[in-house]
Write a protein that binds this ligand. Sequence first.
Ligand code: CP3
Length: 352
Amino acid sequence: SVPHGAGPEQREESAFLLACRRRPVPHTPVWFMRQAGRSLPEYREARAGIPMLEACARPDLVVEITMQPVRRYAVDAAIFFSDIVVPLKAIGIDLDIKPGVGPVIADPIRDAAAVDRLRPLETDDVPFVSEAVRALMGELGGTPLIGFAGGPFTLASYLIEGGPSKTHDRTKAMMYGEPELFARLLDRLADIAATYLKIQVEAGARAIQLFDSWVGGVGPEDYRTSVLPHSRKIFTALEPYDVPRIHFGVGTGELLGLMGEAGADVVGVDWRVPLDEAVLRVGPGKALQGNLDPAILFAPWDVIATRARDVLARGRTAEGHVFNLGHGVLPTTDPDMLARLTDFVHEESAAR
Ligand code: CP3
């Protein structure tokens, strides 16, 4: 039990922060990407009739929705309820989040003039973010809050394509064909992401995650040349705050080493690469996060338990392990399965 007004010593007792820092843990910490969201009936109720971006701008709703999974599950961390496009909206980009589709941009960014119109994010642009994070500090007790931002490639893809894309054609066309323009765009997006993360950390977030969800479509050499320098800029900007920095993408098996090199303390792994193999790819000095297939939650409990035990066993080969899914909770997931999984991870890992 952590007393009120806990000092730095007690703060370090969070299993989540300890694992991120590759220190000994009482149990393997666990949280779930998209733990807040459509899988929860209380989320669907809170959001009824309120568009996503409006919900993100209302501190009362952000606090309530961020807290929902923390009340329901014994998760070791909360993730701030927002979206990767919130800072883009805040600097004046005309965009919406369409239900069942995702972010849609009215005027896609495809030339130098459009890139040059992107302005930096200022703290005043997102007062509701600082307000919600500060309010969460009073609600969360000892549970650390993870702040997040979208990675440079993923944000660029939404802006260039104008919406979700499976192949990122236009984005890659700019990356390959107009590398200097692409670099200018990613540089601006890196500054925006860094500022968005700093705002969350300054208001109380105790760790950050950079979601470069769609960067798995880029090969390692192009990643090194065209993406890594911008992600590195973000992680370097966060260095003075001394909060663990998590770096995640989907289908990034061939990029895991480079994603660590970009400056993350923790590398997120999807379900395609077993964690003991990811340890070899990432190399020493990093913790790992992952990596149960979110679809496993639709299998019978004994199958889930066997697979979770396997993730824990492989995770033990890492210097630090934060248990998570390999991507976000799917909307039709049964919350009771996540509750059971959370307890199982704690019991299995504490018993050793
Ligand atoms: O993880 C959490 O619980 C925190 C909340 C969170 C949301 N978006 C809320 C949200 C986080 C971390 C994100 C990040 C995000 N947004 C990413 C990176 C993470 C990932 O999944 O890879 C991406 C790619 C986006 C862009 C985006 N926003 C998508 C693809 C969607 C889903 C569209 C759909 O309806 O299927 C959104 C909307 C969104 N963001 C929802 C939520 C809960 C669903 C909106 C709703 O409930 O109506």
